[in-house]
Ligand binder design. Structure first.
Ligand code: LRH
Ligand code: MN
Ligand code: MN
Length: 395
């Protein structure tokens, strides 16, 4: 492993970028989740959106890098969104993307926006318009849409008609946007349906976004691709087109595993962040929202989120240490192994010391996991909260 002292790029510049980087955490990561086989409970699990925000604020308190929390509606439905937003501010947080949910209602058995029944389609559009209202009440500008729509059998429905219905529904939602607001359109290659999925890939998401207009961008969930897919290629392409709106970061071994980002394949995360750095897309002006979309089935949830934030920071730090001049020269000279070596040198650098310095410069502990354990928060909420709610999957 290369030591940080051996790095020749401008470390102070890299640290300045790292000090600014923010990662958005999902409210549902703090609730209990599981598989269809078992949902394991955890002591101290939040019972409502307020407690999820309180937990998210712990992640921000020790990392100084996670100041936003995404909500999922209706999982995070409350009577008074102004009050929820004010509570988030008190906790040092803001509310990030609002995620719609058109996959847990009997009406959506045959799909939501793609459903053959116009009544169900209208209901799905109305839900999204409601989500836009929530978004405004909490001071957010991003509506994230993932459609669980698809079919299980050839001939079950017209593939083409379903695309037309999705396009029409998205148009109605898009028409509800005000200036400065965005739709983030997520894709996923399969599940819950297994024959066709109506938005299965980045190309389909992009086609819909292009038809809608500039306020529609693609969300790339790292767990939503077939094995072997070159995700950094998709990142590069969407950045070229100015249509990468956000990441849903997580790790996968098989399909949509929702494991801790950077745990299964830290090298892939580095390659993704390299494309981001090369495009200058850590700059918030480019509009890429770095979000986590994870569930913690067996591990402690707050520390798991802290670890996730740290993993993104480490991959980013390594990407910032790529010697861009040397890389460009080697690429131009056709020096295949030389160019690869420049990337590997950066990947094989221990960046933990500079991240510790970035944290200390903010008055934080160099080790966020240890710092959280020392607060006693986990023990406190375990004693106070009884009967935490399930977050999402595995009902
Ligand atoms: C779908 C998905 C989508 C949902 C979330 C809970 O698999 O990635 O982002 O909103 O999981
Ligand atoms: Mn997702
Ligand atoms: Mn997913």
């Amino acid at each position: 492993m290369r030591r940080i002292e051996e790095v020749i790029v401008d470390i102070a510049a890299a640290k300045a970028v790292l000090a600014q980087q923010t990662i958005e955490v999902p409210s549902w990561a703090y609730g209990n989740s599981g598989t269809r086989f078992k949902v394991f409970g955890t002591p101290g699990t939040p019972r409502d959106p307020w407690e999820k925000i309180a937990d998210a604020a712990q992640v921000n308190a020790v990392t100084g890098a996670a100041p936003r929390v995404s909500l999922h509606i209706p999982w995070d439905k409350v009577e008074d969104y102004d009050a929820l937003s004010a509570y988030a501010h008190e906790q040092g947080m803001t509310i990030g993307a609002i995620n719609s949910n058109v996959f847990q209602d009997d009406d959506y058995r045959l799909g939501s926006l793609a459903n053959p029944d116009a009544r169900v389609r209208a209901k799905a559009v109305a839900h999204h318009l409601d989500c836009l209202e929530v978004m405004r009440a909490v001071g957010s500008t991003d509506l994230k849409i993932w459609l669980a729509d698809g079919t299980n059998y050839a001939g079950q429905d017209s593939i083409r008609a379903r695309q037309d219905r999705v396009a029409e529904g998205l148009e109605q939602i898009y028409a509800g946007l005000q200036p400065g607001e965005r739709i983030l359109l997520e894709y996923k290659f399969f599940e819950p349906f297994f024959y066709t999925t109506d938005i299965p890939d980045w190309g389909t998401s992009l086609v819909h976004c292009m038809a809608l207009g500039e306020q529609a961008t693609v969300v790339l969930d790292t767990g939503h691709h077939a094995p072997g897919t070159n995700i950094e290629f998709i990142v590069a392409q969407l950045l070229r087109l100015g249509r990468l709106g956000a990441f849903d970061f997580n790790s996968r071994y098989y399909a949509d595993d929702d494991l801790i980002v950077g745990s299964a394949d830290p090298f892939q995360l580095f390659r993704i962040m390299h494309e981001i750095v090369q495009a200058g897309a850590l700059d918030p002006a480019l509009g890429v929202n770095f979000m986590l979309d994870q569930c913690h089935n067996i591990e402690a949830k707050i520390p798991a989120q802290i670890r996730s934030v740290m993993n993104v920071q480490e991959a980013t730090a390594k990407a910032l240490l790529v010697d861009a001049d040397a890389l460009g020269a080697a690429q131009q000279a056709g020096d295949v192994l030389g160019a690869h070596a420049v990337l590997m040198d950066a990947f094989n650098t221990d960046v933990r010391p500079i991240l510790a310095e970035v944290r200390e410069a903010k008055g934080l502990d160099a080790d966020p996991i240890k710092a959280f354990a020392a607060t006693g928060y986990a023990e406190k909420v375990a004693a106070e909260r009884v009967g935490g709610t399930q977050a999402s999957w595995g009902a």
